[in-house]
Design a protein around this ligand. Structure first.
Ligand code: NDP
Length: 252
């Protein structure tokens, strides 16, 4: 496992769930972390926590669905921290419902955050990753995109969430091929059910249907943070392209 000292990581959706755990973990491995999300108060609290543990972090409030805000977040990271070696495109929202009952605003939000938000950050940060890959200390850079098991396997009720996450997988693989020879590693993680705030945005009736189906012991945010840390601390020659990580009891 290689240390990340002297590198800078940008994590979207760092105000809760996976993103918060990923940011803490990358900071513990030595990276200076740019924390991006809309809830600036939470980001500032997290930056304080990281700094109390001798890490370094910068809170950047941004709605990544707005291209100008995504571009500004990347630019602020480079202006204030000097470079970007690692980008974790983690921000995402999930709404589930059969197509015939769906709220179109929920579809729009999933496409806006999970697809357009990710594309805005990926495009703005790519030149900086390509540059970091040519420099010390690592001479390799990483983009880690958080998809979902719903991005490799779909089912009733998850149509548009799945659509966005299949898109993340396709984009990641195409970009991987474009930049592999220049030592930018593009990875995709497909988590199963985890204990975060993601489901708290579901309407009450949808949450109740989920509970009625029974529950497994879910993944914790640290399980995903460990996976990201594993990927980005591999030696320069090793690219972990894709990881599917489910709770042990999750069948589908
Ligand atoms: P959370 O709801 O806890 O976190 C979502 C994060 O996304 C928050 O930090 C939120 O911050 C951020 N976000 C949402 N909209 C925007 C926006 N417009 N601009 C910037 N940031 C935004 O959920 P998780 O941690 O579970 O989700 C993280 C990722 O993991 C998502 O992509 C999700 O699809 C994926 N995933 C989750 C699974 C699970 O079971 N939990 C399973 C598989 C995949 P803020 O509101 O402050 O902007």
């Amino acid at each position: 496992m290689e240390r990340l000292d002297g590198t800078v990581a940008l994590v979207t959706g760092a105000s809760s769930g996976f993103g918060e755990a990923i940011a803490r973990s990358l900071a513990a491995h030595g990276a200076t972390v740019a924390l991006v999300a809309r809830r600036r108060d939470r980001l500032e609290q997290l930056a304080c926590d990281i700094e109390e543990r001798a890490g370094a972090a910068l809170a950047i409030g941004a709605d990544i669905t707005q291209r100008s805000e995504a571009v500004a977040a990347v630019q602020e990271t480079v202006d204030r921290l000097g470079r970007i070696d690692t980008v974790v495109n983690n921000a995402g929202v999930m709404f589930v419902d059969p197509v015939e009952h769906a709220l179109l605003e929920e579809w729009d939000r999933m496409v806006a955050v999970n697809v357009n938000g990710l594309l805005n950050v990926a495009h703005a940060s790519l030149p900086h990753l390509l540059q970091a890959a040519q420099q010390e200390p690592r001479r390799v850079a990483d983009m880690v995109n958080i998809s979902s098991v719903a991005g490799i396997k779909t089912g009733a009720g998850v149509s548009v969430y799945s659509l966005t996450k299949y898109g993340v997988g396709a984009f990641s693989e195409s970009l991987r091929q474009e930049v592999a020879e220049r030592h930018v590693r593009v990875s995709v993680i497909e988590p199963g059910s985890a204990r975060t705030e993601l489901r708290s945005h579901l309407r009450a009736a949808v949450q109740a249907r989920g509970r009625a189906r029974g529950s497994v012991e879910r993944l914790e945010p640290d399980d995903i943070a460990d996976t990201v840390a594993y990927i980005v601390t591999r030696p320069r020659r090793v690219a972990v392209n894709e990881v599917v990580i489910r709770p042990t009891e999750q069948q589908e």
